[in-house]
Every structure is written in C-alpha cells, then in structure tokens.
Design a binder for this molecule. Sequence first.
Ligand code: SAM
Length: 340
Amino acid sequence: MITRDSFGRVLRNLRISVTDRCNLRCAYCMPEEEYVWLPRDEILHFEEIERLVDTFIRLGVDKVRLTGGEPLLRRDLPRLIRLLAAKPALRDLAMTSNGVLLAEQAAGLREAGLHRVTVSLDTLRPERFAQLARRDTHAQVLEGLAAVTRAGFADTKIDTVVMRGTNDDELADLIEYGKRVPAEVRFIEYMDVGGATRWSMDKVVSRQEMLERLARRYGRIEPIVEASTAPADRYRLPDGTVFGIIASTTAPFCADCDRSRLTADGLWYLCLYAQQGIDLRGPLRGGASDGELEALVTGRWDGRRDRGAEERLAHRDRTPLLQVATLKRDPHLEMHTRGG
Ligand code: SAM
C-alpha cells in the first residue's frame, strides 16, 4: 500500500520519540533553564507504540527511527526494539542518540535487533562540549561511538549541527574522526525550529560555505548522485571518504519529504515546523479499531500540504520560530519533544 499526500509525497518514514527527557542541554535545542515535561501517564506504552507502528506499516511505512529527547533514557528500550525488529515490513529500524549512554547499551540494542545508530556529536573538544551541551559527558559519547562499532553495527552516522563561531572550525576534524570510528559524518545546518530560541541567521553556516571550506582543505569534492528521499546530500572526497550535508535551512527539501513524527505521548506531526499535531493516543486508548486508526492517518496524510522549511525560507529577516512563552504553553512545539 502506498499513501500519498496532495503533493504526491509518500508516507514512508516514521520518527518516533520515545521520551521527551534529555540528559544534555544543547544550546541549539534546549537552551532554557527549565522545561515543561509531558505528563507520565500520557506517555505511550510499548504495546501502544507497536499498535501504531502496525497501522503505519499497513499504510506503507517501512522506515522507523527511534529518537527523543534522549531515547536511551527510556527504560527497557530494547524491549520496544525487539517488538519492532520482529516486523519484516520494517526494512530500516534506526535510532538517533546523543551517545552518552551508548557504551553501556550498544550491545543490548544490537542484540535486540536495532539495525543502525546515528550519534549526534557536535565537537571533538571536551571543553567545547561542556559549554555547548552544558554537561560534562564528552568522553562518554566517544566511548559510546566506539561501543557501537564493537557491538557490530554498520552504517553508523554522526550528525553535527554546525554553528558559526561555535564549532564551524571542526568540519575536517570531524570527518577525520568519522573515518576512524568508522562513521559517515553529516553536517546539519542550524535550524530555526521550536526550541532554538537563540537561533539567528548569522550563526547558520550554509551548505555552500561548508563545501567551499572543505574543498580548500581536501581539494575537489564530488557530489554523489542518488535517487533518495534521505535529507542529506552526500559528497565524496578525493580519498573516497563520503560525508553528507543536511541543508534544511538554506535549501530545504520539502518536495521529497516522506517523514512524519510521533511524540512520546502519541501526537502525530506531519512537519517539523507544524504548530498542530494529530492526536492518535486518544483514539488508541478510546478503543479505535485498526480500520479507524488507518482512516485517521490516511485522511490526514491525504490532505497534507505542509512545506514548513520552504515557507520559513521565504521569510525575510528570519528570527527564531517561537518564543519561550509559547514553547512553555505547548511543549509539543519543542524540537526535543518531536524528536528532530
Ligand atoms: N537526543 C538525541 C540526539 O541528540 O541525537 C535525539 C533527539 S535530538 C532532538 C535529534 C537531532 O536534532 C540531533 O541530531 C540534534 O542535533 C538535532 N537538532 C536539535 N536542534 C536542532 C537545531 N536547532 N538545528 C538543527 N538540528 C537540531
């Protein structure tokens, strides 16, 4: 089954936030001192997540990514992974983590059937990490990445949010580090999403600028042409090393977007920039049949017209998407609640 929206975009890729809690406080995502958390009794149980995943699979989803908050803070996560890994229709079951708890959990995640891991790592310098993430756990992240390789995972990625004046002098160092892990590094343009209340355009390093800087260091950079709805454009260095750039801010890719997001409490968002989510927990807990859940999902996807990042691009004098007071009124608007 293929489910398409009004622009022909296919429902294929579901990102599931399993918790809104995080053990880091990155400046581009959670810069405030205090947050409003989702009520615990509203967090979906694993069996509820599984039922929703089954619904999405019947409608064409074949890629699931677990995220958060920090997904490894969710107790007993391998049990959820086991439930999902048993579904042959899921050809990709991945997780995005900040890596802090990976050293202790990587082997168990692999054993439970997780296919791939992406680790967010913005700097190789411990002091810089402590400043940026407001926690002193840089060594744990590096140990976590080593544990991912030891556990036998392949196709590991490192995601780096590039911010001018913060870590934009580390592009080549991160690529060199990625070679050793081994992991493919993907540079993400700093995005003006909910939570990024300190965002400004002058802190964004564009894809163009990143490529120019890397070409000065490495020489000719060859774009890799591939048919894919993945957010990263990929490039090859003269020595064959591949890296990616996710240019969501300066060159958004809404036309190909096959992603949607489920929050830990069961709200479904069709765009990272969407202000309204669709409540799936209510119908699920209210006894909706499989057919009713499917109709709810297809009905909303059919009518999807979001082009959030492209609409943001059209704004002149861009400022942060949302103010702190708005985020406090509705924590679902936060990047750490909808999973990135
Ligand atoms: N805690 C996990 C982690 O750190 O990977 C998963 C959740 S985190 C919200 C998912 C991704 O969103 C991370 O790679 C993070 O760097 C990215 N992110 C958060 N805020 C961002 C922003 N303002 N611009 C670009 N990427 C952002």
